[in-house]
Design a protein around this ligand. Structure first.
Ligand code: K1U
Ligand code: ZN
Length: 171
């Protein structure tokens, strides 16, 4: 099922999401619905707060063929490289705005898979960036929060202007 993607300034995007206590059918359904929603958007990642669920669940697929889905419950970054990289990011919750974000080039993430088994993944490049962006969402952090105050306010003002143009005024 395709879920509705919440957009800024929906308050759910600023909440710290709760850990999942048990990976059950409800969580597996949420993971599958989030993947369907992400592919339809289209996007390369999605975090549960973006679909209105304040729980620590993310999905991602950075492959060209869209055949490498990742389902992660309670993901935690356990290692970050000292080297960083700057690249442009977008966000399905801030449509049509983009910014250059500096992040560690590689990370190690510990998480539970859809069966509840503990796993570790070392990622670099776009996948490392995407996982950091999604885990930020679980802590109520958006990519614009990593920018300078001036850049951040320029982008948010541009976003508000686009939002006003998209939302017809009530008469
Ligand atoms: O969490 C999100 O809002 C999804 C976001 C993830 C992301 C993008 C860029 C860098 C880090 C994390 C997106 O997927 S935005 C859409 C996007 O990047 C994309 C869409 C279609 C094809 C390729 C990329
Ligand atoms: Zn995002």
């Amino acid at each position: 099922m395709i879920l509705r993607i919440r957009t800024y300034p929906d308050p759910v995007l600023r909440r710290r999401a709760a850990p999942v206590e048990r990976v059950d059918e409800r969580i597996r359904r949420l993971l599958d619905d989030m993947l369907e929603t992400m592919y339809a958007a289209p996007g390369i990642g999605l975090a549960a707060p973006q679909v209105g669920e304040s729980v620590r669940v993310i999905v991602a697929d950075v492959s060209e063929e869209k055949n490498a889905p990742l389902r992660m419950v309670n993901p935690e970054i356990t290692w970050r490289s000292e080297t960083t990289a700057v690249a442009e990011e977008g966000c399905l919750s801030l449509p049509e705005i983009y910014g250059e974000v500096e992040r560690p080039e590689a990370v190690e993430v510990r998480y539970l898979d859809e069966t509840g088994a503990e796993r570790t993944l070392r990622a670099e490049g776009l996948l490392a960036r995407c996982l950091q962006h999604e885990i930020d969402h679980l802590d109520g952090v958006l990519f614009v929060d990593h920018l300078s105050p001036v850049r951040r306010s320029v982008l948010l003002r541009r976003y508000e202007k686009l939002r006003r143009q998209r939302t017809p005024a009530k008469v």
